[in-house]
Each structure stands twice: as structure tokens, then as C-alpha cells.
Design a protein around this ligand. Sequence first.
Ligand code: FE
Length: 213
Amino acid sequence: MEGYDHPLPTRRQMLRALMVLPTTLALPAYAGLLGREWTPEVLAQTPGLPPTPVCTDAEDATPRQTEGPYYKQNSPQRTSLVEPGLTGTPLHLTGYVLSRRCQPLARVLLDFWQADARGQYDNLGYRCRGHQFTDDAGRYHLETVVPGLYPGRTRHIHVTVQAPDRPPLTTQLYFPGEPRNGRDGIFNPALVMALQDTTDGKAARFNFVLDIS
Ligand code: FE
């Protein structure tokens, strides 16, 4: 069944994960940007988010994963899922959407959905759901909270990534060092985000690679 295999990451995937890790020295400045308006100028000046992606011209495409039962169409367009009453550890996720030749892809749709900090999906409304588009440099950023655990799964965020006039890539992002990662049959180490603690919560990085040359 699609998404239920979990191959080991390739050497290239491991290298890419290491390359997107922000440096420890950059963290205070990076953390200070949490909650601020992420204009292109701010993004360009952000330590840990290189002005151009660091990768080779022969990237492996991001693996597909099962959509799961909780996707809802027509999520609101927003880069922050934080709203009144939403509790949990703040999580700021950033990265690029790239072609397999490492070209940043603009105007790519990213539709995120996740459980809240209590491990619950909002299937009536749109809490912890939102879509956005990459900017001209192929960048995205999401303000959210660390999703809670629910029975049978490790900690994860769902996302669909779709370039204009291309088929969608549906996948999931994972957290490093989670005890349940090794017991979740859907977990794929190639989809683990680079994660750092900040003064406000956590900062995560992940670059999506679409099967576009
Ligand atoms: Fe889920």
C-alpha cells in the first residue's frame, strides 16, 4: 500500500538534512524573528535560511505518503495556524520547494493539516489547517504548534505540495528523536525535519523536492 514502506534514507538525503540544519550561533537571531512578519526582506536576512538553497542538481524527489483520513478541502489561505485558544509549543517551519535540479519553484501550493497539541484533528472547522504558496524564491514558512500524539501514530504534520499544472505530492513530515518513530509503520526517515530549540519554541526546516526536472 502506498506510503506504508519506509526505506532507509539515501546518502544524498542524509547530506541534505545535515545541510539545512541552522547553526547554533544563528539561533538567537532566528528565534527573535518568531511572530514577526516574514517579508521577503526578513526571510533573506534570516540566519539558517540561506538566500539560495543548498543542494545538488540531482536531488531525490520527496517520498509520497498516505493522505490519511483527516484531509479537508478548502482550507483557509494563511501562513500561521496560530489562533486564539490554540495552545502548545510554537513551531516555525521554513524551507524551499525545489525541482530535482535544485531550482526553486515559485507559486507552489502547500496545504498543511495536523493534529493540535492534544492530538486532535478539527474535522468540523479548519483549526490547524491552512494553505499557502511559495514566494518567487521558492520559499515557504509556517507558524504552528507542535502537533500532539494520537493512538497508532508518531508525531507528524500532513502536507500536500502541488506546482502549477502538476499532480500533487501528498506526504507527511516527522520530528527527530521521537520514541514512536521506530514503531510507526508509516514513518520514513527521509521525511524527518531538521529541528532546533529556540527561545520561543522550536524552529524546523524541510526542503521539498518535486519530481520536476
Ligand atoms: Fe495524521
